[in-house]
Unconditional design. Structure first.
Length: 155
């Protein structure tokens, strides 16, 4: 059975903070600082950090299969962020129980250390698929660069 996917992408919800800026007013030479005045989180638009064009996997193999081929892997410096999500469009559904997940490795040779981001999509029906926001793993946040790949898991 085939699987047809549209463009697939990973988005990161950035965590943007700012340094403290002293207010103009002060009492008796003192500056009163409240936690809301410095290092506050700010809403920011989601950042697309990786995408791959759509295509058809035919047939969908049982087990884990890298989406399309090794050529869709990407070496990235991820923005400072807090959460990640995955989205795609399924135009030809996979067998029941099939999922799409994204993995990363800090091994820039791409030989070892593949770990799931945590964002997963079910592929057994057609339409737009968007995962829930998932916290970014600490190892990913600490890495200067990572390699990203997308896997199709079929039962």
């Amino acid at each position: 059975m085939a699987l047809g996917l549209g463009r697939t992408c990973i988005e990161v919800s950035p965590s943007i903070r700012h340094a403290y800026t002293a207010p103009a007013d002060a009492r008796d030479g003192e500056v009163i600082i409240s936690t809301s005045e410095w290092n506050a989180d700010h809403g920011a638009p989601d950042v697309e950090v990786w995408s791959v064009p759509g295509g058809i996997l035919d047939p969908v193999a049982t087990g884990s299969t890298e989406m399309f081929d090794v050529g869709t892997r990407a070496r990235k410096r991820l923005p400072r962020g807090s959460q990640v999500r995955l989205q795609t469009y399924v135009f030809e559904a996979a067998p029941a129980g099939s999922t799409l997940k994204t993995q990363y490795t800090t091994d820039l040779t791409e030989a070892t250390g593949w770990t799931d981001f945590g964002a997963t999509l079910v592929l057994d029906s057609t339409g737009r698929k968007v995962s829930t926001w998932t916290d970014l793993p600490a190892a990913l946040l600490a890495a200067a660069e990572v390699v990203i790949r997308t896997m199709v898991v079929s039962i």
